[in-house]
Structure formats: C-alpha cells, structure tokens
Design a protein around this ligand. Structure first.
Ligand code: NAP
Length: 248
C-alpha cells in the first residue's frame, strides 16, 4: 500500500548509500522526494532515477548541511516546489577516524559540523513549516557507536551520541505542534562508509553480530519508513536500533 502518497519528504545525503535507500523506500510508498547532497551531479541523477522508477515528483538539490544558510535554502526550496514538507530525514554524515592522540581539532570540528549541527539547522528550518501545518516527522540517522562508543571514532561517536540528545530534546519541544522526532541507530551497514574495512576487521565485526551479517541500507530504510507512517504516530523521542543485535 502506498501509505505515503501526498506526503513530501526531504532526505539529506541521499545520492548513495543509506540516504538513497531511504529515498527509494519513501518514493516506493508514494512520497514526493526532495533529495539533497553535497555532490551536485550525484544528487541530480538520484532524483531523476527515482522519479522515473516510482512516478513521483523528485528534486535534487546540492548543499552543505554544515552551513545554516544552505539548510534554510534547501528547506525553503522544498516548500516552494512541493508546497509543504511532511518528513525530514537527517541522514548526511561523515567520518574522519583516528586515535585520539592523532586526531586534529579540525577532524573533530568537521564531523560535529556535518553530523550534529547539520540536523540542528535542518530541523530548525523544517520545524518553521511543520509547526504551521501542525504535523510532521523528523528522523535522525544516529549510530550504534553513539550508544556504545568506538575506539578511533571519538569525533564520530560524540556526534552520533549528541544526535540522540538532540532527538530527545526536539521531540519534547516539537510535540506540542504534533511533530514527532525519532532516531534510527544503525549498526554496521554495507555502504561506502564500511567498504574500506579490511576483510579481517569485517570478519571480526560479523563474529560479534548475533544475526551474523552486516546490515543492508534497506534494513535502515524500512525502520525509517515505519517512523514516517501512521502506525508510529504515538512514538516520539525514541532511538530504534537496526544493528543485528550487536548492541543490546
Ligand atoms: P555514505 O555512503 O558516505 O553517504 C553519505 C552521503 O552524505 C554522501 O552522499 C555524502 O556525499 C553526503 N554528505 C557528506 N557530507 C555532506 C554535507 N556536508 N552536506 C550534505 N551531504 C553530505 O554514508 P552511509 O554509510 O550511507 O551513511 C549514511 C548515514 O548513516 C550517516 O549519517 C552515517 O553516519 C550513518 N551510519 C552509517 C553506518 C554504516 O555502517 N554505513 C552505520 C551507522 C550510521 P559525498 O559522498 O560526496 O561526501
């Protein structure tokens, strides 16, 4: 059933990986999709492909989520083109891994700027519109390492733990306007972000996952779709783990 028909969704970092899978899932459920990414060619192509495949309206918009003005422009363009914004998925994220003693201040700041300030800017902009229409859904893509920490990822795990705090605070603040805010915390998912892992490391990770495999982008997209559906209307401020049981 196309239960997102007549809904509009803005998804950041959507030209590939988990963001693309989320865009595809929401489009397959009938939503019009406004896709953003820092990569202008990639995001235009993603919008064209999904629009043709699912017969929905799709726009590709290039911007940098770490810049507040860029985020305001993305949201106002989505509203101008589609007339409203029902769903925001804060998916864009980066890693700059290193051991703490070798980690430069810039590596820390860059990751916080994209992974934590980006969702803050986007949510603030989107809420102005959702608040007026008195409905909306915001889904933040956090990570298992924001829940349990990870050596070599002090910057990334801090940003993802911060995103959990942001999710809970926004849920409390936005609830009066019927805007639900939740997060999905994926475990290890097969994308470019994890493709760089050496085979030995990959096998070591799999050996710690009760379901004995890495996740697929679609596993995350399914949880996001649920959080955008009517079935989840009484859920807000929650962190849904999609991690194969690696952190229980
Ligand atoms: P990905 O394949 O690297 O995709 C991330 C997308 O975000 C890329 O298209 C990237 O563009 C874009 N992006 C980067 N910086 C941006 C910026 N400043 N403004 C706008 N877009 C930007 O990553 P993924 O694995 O699909 O991850 C998606 C989300 O899930 C991230 O938030 C990540 O932290 C989270 N996550 C991933 C995993 C995993 O195992 N893969 C696990 C837990 C959580 P460029 O490629 O051009 O930089």
């Amino acid at each position: 059933m196309k239960y997102l028909q007549a809904k509009t969704a803005l998804i950041t970092g959507a030209q590939k990986g988990i963001g693309y899978a989320i865009a595809e899932k929401l489009a397959s459920l009938g939503a019009d999709i406004f896709l953003t990414d820092i990569n202008p060619e990639g995001i235009k192509k993603a919008a064209e492909t999904l629009s043709a495949k699912y017969q929905v309206k799709a726009e590709g918009f290039a911007h940098d989520v770490s810049k507040e003005l860029d985020c305001e422009n993305a949201v106002s363009s989505a509203v101008q083109i589609f007339g409203k914004i029902d769903i925001l998925v804060n998916n864009a994220g980066i890693t700059r891994d290193n051991l703490v003693l070798r980690m430069k201040e810039k590596d820390f700041d860059d990751v916080i700027a994209v992974n934590l300030k980006g969702p803050f800017f986007m949510s603030k902009s989107a809420f102005k519109h959702m608040s007026r229409q008195r409905s909306g859904r915001i889904v933040n893509i956090s990570s298992v390492v924001g829940q349990c920490g990870q050596a070599g990822q002090a910057n990334y795990s801090s940003s993802k733990a911060g995103l959990i705090g942001l999710t809970k605070s926004l849920a409390r603040e936005f609830s009066k306007r019927n805007v639900n805010v939740n997060a999905v915390a994926p475990g290890f998912i097969e994308t470019d972000m994890t493709a760089a892992l050496e085979e030995k490391t990959r096998q070591a990770i799999i050996s710690q996952i009760p379901l004995e495999r890495l996740g697929k982008p679609e596993d995350v997209a399914n949880a996001v779709a649920f959080l955008c559906s009517e079935e989840s209307s009484y859920i807000t401020g929650q962190i849904i783990a999609v991690n194969g049981g690696i952190y229980i």
